[in-house]
Design a protein around this ligand. Structure first.
Ligand SMILES: [Zn+2]
Length: 432
């Protein structure tokens, strides 16, 4: 039903593509096979890819987009974003108390637009301080009311009271608004109740906080928070609703607890040890390691925009994180692309590609992490992740060869999402 609605609305939009569009692709990256094809024609009908091949006949009346001098890729997927958290006022979570939920969601409209215009046609949004803001944003984008990536959302953080996903640091007699402590749970049954509530409210995935965090007052990234029983309850209850669980975890024990409980992905996986790497490989668990955002945390620190206790949490973890990323890549663990977008400015997700290559991936592996692997993690490989018949027409293009210089992905020149062009090579972006 939702798919049908997206298709109908896409065709009604002011800058929608013609019913049939033929894209001439000089080079076409196929992350499914890890190869690059040349001189391909992609036929797009409405919001779906109809066919792809060399020398395909272009139907009369089709709109032709000539990308024969470009490298064409599937739209990218960022598996760890916080698009619905509004305009950052610095890293302090207390800043959300200075704004209403409406202000934050309206500011997030801009976040959604710049995220799409950086080449990311899909995001998995893994938590928002103001619970359910992300659902409103997802639905407004899907209706075509505003411009943004296709969103899969978590609705809220499921966390222990005082833990990584909670609002912390306020005096005990301060009563928070309901949406700022929506996901707090302190037993397996409370975890199940939160999962049920979020499922009822229409989330696409469940976010649990297995360990403490860097960017939370009074929470140490070195500490274990949810118990194995609570994590198992989250995964089992989510499964009952057809949902997958992503687990935030820095500390090595918390990482292993979440892998053993059956989480689909470990977020950050900062201090993962050899046993954790082995377990992730054995269980097919994705590691979603945000190795670029350290640049922004330290930069904010230098500018005095980062609370001192957060910088203390972060000290020395950045380099260990990146070395552990290298180990996990070498071990052959499944890796997805997630940036913790919102820590770094919206629109900067593409900068992580170069760091993934610097720390051990081939350029093709980095591209696969944000396409085929990300689609697999989301459970949407049939619709997303490569340019194949039947999938959504989510297509981007760059000048140059990303396999020779991965940084060309930082300048995406053409963006189509759901069959609709948002940025045309050589033309200003469609901001409708
Ligand atoms: Zn995050």
């Amino acid at each position: 039903m939702k798919m049908l609605r997206i298709a109908v609305l896409a065709s009604l939009c002011a800058c929608a593509a013609a019913q049939v569009t033929a894209i001439k692709a000089g080079r076409l990256v196929d992350p499914d096979s890890g190869t690059v094809l040349t001189d391909q024609v992609i036929l797009v009908r409405d919001n779906k890819i109809e066919s792809v091949g060399k020398g395909l006949a272009i139907p009369a009346g089709a709109k032709v987009i000539d990308l024969s001098s470009k490298t064409v890729l599937p739209g990218f997927i960022d598996c760890h974003t916080h698009v619905a958290d509004g305009k950052s006022l610095g890293a302090d979570p207390f800043n959300v108390l200075k704004k209403t939920a409406s202000q934050i969601v309206l500011e997030s409209v801009v976040n959604a637009r710049v995220t799409l215009l950086s080449g990311f046609t899909t995001v998995r949004d893994v938590g928002t301080y103001r619970a359910l803001n992300d659902i409103a944003l997802r639905d407004a984008i899907a209706r075509g009311d505003i411009v943004g990536p296709r969103m899969y959302v978590a609705g809220a953080y499921i966390t222990i009271t005082g833990g990584a996903g909670a609002m912390t640091g306020q005096a005990p007699d301060i009563q928070l608004p309901w949406d700022l402590h929506y996901g707090e749970a302190n037993s397996p049954w409370e975890v199940r109740q939160k999962v049920r509530l979020l499922a009822h409210n229409g989330v696409d995935n469940i976010k649990v906080l297995s360990t403490g965090a860097v960017l939370t007052h009074g929470s140490s990234p070195q500490s274990v928070e949810f118990t194995p029983e609570e994590l198992q309850a989250a995964v089992e209850e989510a499964r009952n609703f057809g949902l997958r669980v992503e687990a935030h975890a820095h500390n090595p024990q918390g990482i292993k607890n979440a892998i053993r409980a059956g989480a689909a992905s470990i977020e950050h996986a900062t201090l993962i040890d050899d046993e954790g790497i082995e377990l992730a490989k054995k269980n097919g668990t994705y590691l979603d390691m945000d190795i670029y955002d350290e640049e922004c945390i330290q930069e904010d620190g230098r500018k005095g925009n980062m609370p001192l206790d957060f910088l203390e949490h972060d000290r020395e973890m950045g380099e260990k994180h990146r070395q552990n990323f290298r180990k996990a890549v070498q071990a052959g663990v499944k890796m997805s692309f997630g940036t913790d977008l919102g820590v770094c400015p919206y629109g900067t997700s593409p900068k992580q590609f170069a760091f993934m290559v610097k720390y051990g991936m081939t350029p093709m592996q980095a591209i696969q992490s944000a396409t085929t692997n990300a689609a697999d993690l989301l459970g949407h490989s049939k619709e997303l992740g490569s340019i194949k018949p039947g999938k959504y027409a989510d297509i981007v293009a760059v000048s140059g060869d990303p396999l020779a210089d991965i940084r060309v992905l930082e300048n995406v020149e053409f963006i189509m999402k759901d069959g609709k062009v948002y940025k045309e090579a050589g033309a200003p972006a469609c901001m409708q």
